[in-house]
Write a protein that binds this ligand. Structure first.
Ligand code: SF4
Ligand code: FES
Length: 536
């Protein structure tokens, strides 16, 4: 394999790789703004320039310097090349480029949402000169609403054109363009055409500065207060990798997590903003037994005891049980619930809840697919139930004859709940209030995916883990924990705390295929807040 030396360290590379790509792969930092691995290379920002020496075949392969600094993002790595990114010439260029970018920049970091995760800010510290020499009037640009989710602060733009290339090369929608010339040029949208495609908010992540900001997140939190947990798209079958970012048990935003085999660098706006139901006012947060006032809501465990006792008694007294497993819950949830219900009624009728489908899959020019199936785990719950669960329509017919019905939901919005007979005993395990809440004999409040860990299987049968981000809201518990608590009542044993990894091993021992081959988050770095708050 050919080899290259960058800043004194030797690396092998594949033919066709650019110097910057080799550096990135080997954790050597070369500053860059306009380069992105999935977009065309324009080499316009000029901060990645480095001093390159290469063997000259016309001079016996003697190492000779290139006459000028070269853009490492657009210069192919060559065998025997020696690259200096910290030499006096390269450093002088970095300082000059930073000075140039900051000439017209408003330097309004204290009120800019990007502060703390801004490459202009970071590079100003690392590569800037630390003082302003130019006494000119700054060119100002007004801020502009350019889409449902995106706000443009033109003043802060450094014209890297990542956002423009994204809309032309990834989505093929070309809503953004460069308006004007020279120092006055600015990013803009075509008249009457906002950036409103299904991936529109990905330009916010791409923008290295605070020029494109998220309207939903704007002025909500300083980013250094946020913590992050790796997770998986909870509302469609894509299995897109995401990070849930939160502070003080409140979610503030969702960001894409890179997984080149699933979603590459992107997520849809639907997934990005689909977490709002977690903090919805209609969340069911306390267990409830019909006709019984919870005597002491401050003692959650005794309220749970009463609800679990009532649920188990009602199920044990029923002639037969029908269990509806939602495609919104995890594999572990589905398996444990199926297990406890079968331990009460070995012939229980088990079916899978309604699978919302909206239109058809949509494929963008880059190959990114927006999934029409709006449930994260149809295949996973089918696998966990041993592959013999009924469809929703068949289950509804069969469930009419059951003496008791257990329904799970966890849908992000109102859903098509089954109709039930007055004579049936109903246990509802759900997150949001719905038509069944009034009718249910026992309501057991369930956590959303953000408040638990588990496994989802996406539309391509990839099983992936998601981690718990925030603590359960109110007295809610994961469906897995609810199932384990009910099982303890049935067996008259002590309940244990749910552990997703342990349950997956038990599932594998019980013959459920694939449960030990689930994919763990590729980027395991957990985002920790770097500014703990002090009590004063
Ligand atoms: S708005 Fe952001 S991403 Fe777009 S060109 Fe300006 S700096 Fe680059
Ligand atoms: S990253 Fe190389 S010129 Fe912009």
């Amino acid at each position: 394999m050919p080899g290259i030396t960058i800043d004194g360290k030797q690396f092998e590379f594949k033919q066709g790789q650019m110097i910057l790509e080799v550096a990135n792969e080997n954790d050597i930092e070369i500053p860059h703004y306009c380069y992105h691995p999935s977009l065309s290379i324009v080499a316009s920002c000029r901060i990645c320039l480095a001093e390159v020496w290469a063997p000259n075949p016309r001079n016996d392969g003697k190492l000779e310097p290139m006459p000028k600094l070269l853009p490492t993002c657009k210069t192919p790595a060559g065998d025997g090349q020696v690259v200096y990114t910290t030499s006096p010439k390269a450093t002088a260029n970095q300082k000059a480029v930073m000075e140039f970018y900051l000439n017209h920049h408003p330097i309004d970091c204290p009120i800019c949402d990007q502060a703390g995760e801004c490459t202009l800010q970071d590079y100003a510290y690392e590569y800037g000169r630390g003082q302003r020499r130019c006494d000119i009037e700054k060119i100002t640009q007004s801020k502009k609403d350019v889409g449902n989710h995106v706000m443009l602060y033109g003043d802060r733009c450094i014209m890297c054109t990542l956002c423009v290339r994204f809309t032309s090369e990834i989505t093929g929608t070309s809503e953004l363009y460069i308006d004007g010339r020279d120092a006055g040029e600015c990013i803009d949208v075509f008249p009457g055409k906002g950036i409103n495609n299904e991936l529109s908010a990905d330009v916010i992540d791409l923008c290295p500065v605070g020029a494109l900001l998220d309207k939903d997140f704007m002025f909500q939190q300083r980013v250094w207060l946020l913590q992050g947990s790796p997770s998986i798209d909870p509302i469609t079958s894509s299995g897109d990798n995401i990070t849930i970012e939160y502070n003080n048990e409140t979610i503030y935003r969702i960001k894409p997590r890179t997984n080149m085999d699933i979603n590459e660098y992107w997520i849809t706006d639907e997934v990005r903003y689909g977490w709002k139901f977690v903090h919805d006012e209609s969340r069911v947060t306390m267990p409830c037994v019909k006709g019984k006032q919870n005597s002491d809501e401050s003692d959650n465990e005794s309220v749970w005891e009463i609800a679990n006792d009532t649920a188990v008694l009602g199920l044990q007294n029923a002639s037969s049980i029908a269990l509806l497993i939602s495609p919104m819950i995890s594999c572990e949830d589905a398996w444990l619930l199926g297990k406890v219900i079968r331990s009460i009624d070995a012939d229980a009728v088990i079916g899978i809840g309604p699978v919302p489908v909206e239109g058809e899959d949509k494929t963008f020019p880059s190959g990114f697919v927006v999934r029409s199936e709006k449930a994260p785990n149809v295949r996973g719950v089918t696998r966990a139930l041993g592959g013999n669960a009924l469809s929703y329509d068949d289950w509804k017919k069969a469930a009419k004859k059951a003496g008791a019905v257990v329904v799970t939901g966890n849908y992000p919005k109102d859903w098509d709940t089954p109709s039930v007979k007055d004579s049936q005993f109903i246990v509802l395990i759900d997150t949001l209030a719905n038509k069944l809440t009034e009718r249910a004999d026992v309501i057991l409040p369930a956590t959303t995916w953000a408040e638990k860990s588990g496994t989802f299987e996406n539309c391509n049968n990839v099983l992936q883990l998601f981690e718990q981000a925030i603590r359960p809201i109110g007295a809610s518990k994961s469906e897995s924990q609810i199932a384990m608590d009910l099982q303890a009542k049935v067996d008259d044993s002590l309940s244990t705390t749910f552990n997703a990894a342990t349950v997956r091993h038990r599932m594998a021992d019980a013959g459920i295929q694939g449960m030990l081959d689930v994919e763990t988050p590729k980027d395991t770095k957990r985002l920790e807040s770097d500014m703990p708050l002090l009590e004063v």
